[in-house]
Design a protein around this ligand. Structure first.
Ligand SMILES: Cc1cc2nc3c(=O)[nH]c(=O)nc-3n(C[C@H](O)[C@H](O)[C@H](O)COP(=O)(O)OP(=O)(O)OC[C@H]3O[C@@H](n4cnc5c(N)ncnc54)[C@H](O)[C@@H]3O)c2cc1C
Length: 440
């Protein structure tokens, strides 16, 4: 990590003919932005700068789980060894299980979803971001740089920061999250409607607890310790609770969701995250049985999150500016897929921008190929993430609370996300690029 960039009035890209053929500015240093920075740093012809609004990289102290597609993207970025050393996996003989699904009232088993070959692959968020940040080449990251505006600057684009400085690059990739400051400008530039975050009606209580203590509580309550060792999802009307291990099984990450479908208003000035009490949390889940009660009782200081997503947007690019990660496709966490889509974006751009013959004049066509290939998939993951919440909480017309219908859907509904061939996206985009080149 490096200190903030000096507040030069305007940081110019290197002149043509220098070592770098193309300059790329990344806005936002969350999982998507930093992963992209690492992927692009593998290419000597790119000059990469990352601008983060905070004073340092930071993530919340919670778990994040990745499907096989996201793990493949991480591997494709050259991080497989470090990632596997950090990540948890469900212990044998359940190593391929993503989640066991159960009824929350009596713990009855409904189904198990299998996510071969990775199973439930999960990490501590802050530790994962630390791992990524450590791989970013020195001098790439600039802190306390909050982007507020982006505009055309000849063949390039210029991003302006709230401290009055600015930066010019051939390509600007915006990864500034669900509350993106630059998304409105991209959409406006393309004549598309604005897309603001929407409250889902769902609140999520979160906590991480000591695994040994939780196992002891299960054993003393004569409950099956498999519910501690294997990731679990407990389902009820308008409620679901999930658990999975992090930090090599030492901690269990817990998220307890409750939905009030009619309650869709979230005042603009109300924070999305706050601390809460165990009593408030337990009262919300009083309809649940012993296993859920013991799990939630183990959280001493829960936080509560108001879950928002954004509508599927119609454009991810404008000129030589592109949106990735939550800035483009923030989604509800019900398929554990949001960060994974950001990692897929990062892998895609790392591959596509790896061509050393690329010129600045190629950027608009390259971005058009990005939008063409990635937007439909990311929108489908957004849409099905919303639907997944309805399925888990018995609001779906297809299944309701019927165990046979739930089993059939829960065992198969994630395969298209997990089994996606990321390289087919890259190949399709390269094909589009060569088609457009030959037409031009
Ligand atoms: C409860 C919950 C559970 C989740 N669980 C999972 C899961 O298990 N698996 C999964 O794949 N996903 C999960 N997600 C989704 C996942 O957290 C997000 O998709 C992911 O973190 C988004 O990463 P990002 O880098 O796009 O955005 P962010 O993480 O929001 O990062 C944006 C970065 O940009 C910076 N920034 C903001 N504005 C500016 C600006 N104007 N200028 C410069 N910098 C700026 C911010 O400081 C931040 O560092 C979950 C989400 C929630 C809420």
């Amino acid at each position: 990590m490096t200190p903030s960039a000096q507040a030069t009035p305007e940081a110019q890209t290197p002149a043509r003919g220098s070592d770098h053929a193309l300059s790329v500015a990344i806005i936002g240093g969350g999982i998507a932005g930093v992963a992209l920075g690492i992927g692009l740093a593998n290419h000597d012809h790119l000059k990469v700068d990352l601008f983060e609004s905070a004073e340092r990289f930071g993530e919340v102290g919670a778990g994040v789980s990745f499907g096989p597609n996201a793990v493949r993207a991480v591997a494709g970025l050259g991080l497989e060894k470090e990632y596997l050393a950090l990540a948890d996996r469900t212990p044998e003989p359940w190593q391929d299980i993503w989640f066991d699904w159960r009824f929350a009232d009596d713990g009855r088993h409904i189904a198990s979803s299998v996510a071969a070959p990775t199973g439930q692959s999960s990490v501590h968020r802050a530790e994962f971001l630390e791992l990524l940040a450590a791989r970013l080449p020195a001098g790439t990251a600039h802190f306390s740089k909050r982007a507020k505006h982006v505009e055309r600057h000849g063949m390039q684009s210029k991003v302006t920061f709230t401290d009055g400085t600015s930066h010019i690059a051939d390509l600007i990739i915006v990864a500034d999250g669900i509350k993106s400051a630059l998304r409105p400008l991209v959409l406006q530039g393309r004549g598309k409607p604005a897309a603001n975050p929407v409250f889902s009606g769902t609140r999520a209580y979160r906590g991480m607890v000591d695994t040994a203590a939780l196992r002891a509580a299960f054993v003393s309550g004569s409950m099956d310790p498999r519910m501690v060792d294997v990731p679990q999802m407990f389902l009820a009307q308008n409620i679901h609770i999930l658990t999975f291990p992090v930090r090599h099984g030492a901690l269990i990450n817990i998220v307890a969701f409750i939905t009030r479908p009619e309650d869709r208003d979230w005042p603009a000035d109300m924070p999305w995250v706050r601390e809460t009490t165990k009593q408030e949390m337990l009262a919300d889940f009083s309809c649940c049985g012993d296993a859920v009660r013991v799990i939630l009782d183990s959280i001493e200081r829960p936080t509560i999150w108001a879950l928002h997503d954004i509508p599927e947007i119609e454009a991810y690019i404008d000129g030589n500016v592109a949106l990735i990660g939550d800035a483009a496709h923030a989604m509800l966490p019900h398929q554990g897929a949001g960060a994974g889509q950001g990692l897929e974006d990062a892998y895609f751009f790392s591959e596509l921008l790896g061509d050393p013959s690329l010129q600045a004049s190629d950027v608009p066509r390259l971005l058009a190929a990005y939008e063409n290939v990635r937007l439909p998939r990311a929108c489908a993951v957004q849409r099905t993430s919303r639907e997944a919440g309805d399925l888990y909480e018995f609001r779906s017309a297809e299944a309701g609370s019927d165990p046979a219908a739930l089993k059939q859907l829960l065992e198969t509904r994630f395969d298209w996300i997990w089994n996606h061939d990321l390289d087919s996206d890259v190949t399709a985009a390269r094909q589009l690029l060569s088609d457009r080149k030959s037409v031009a």
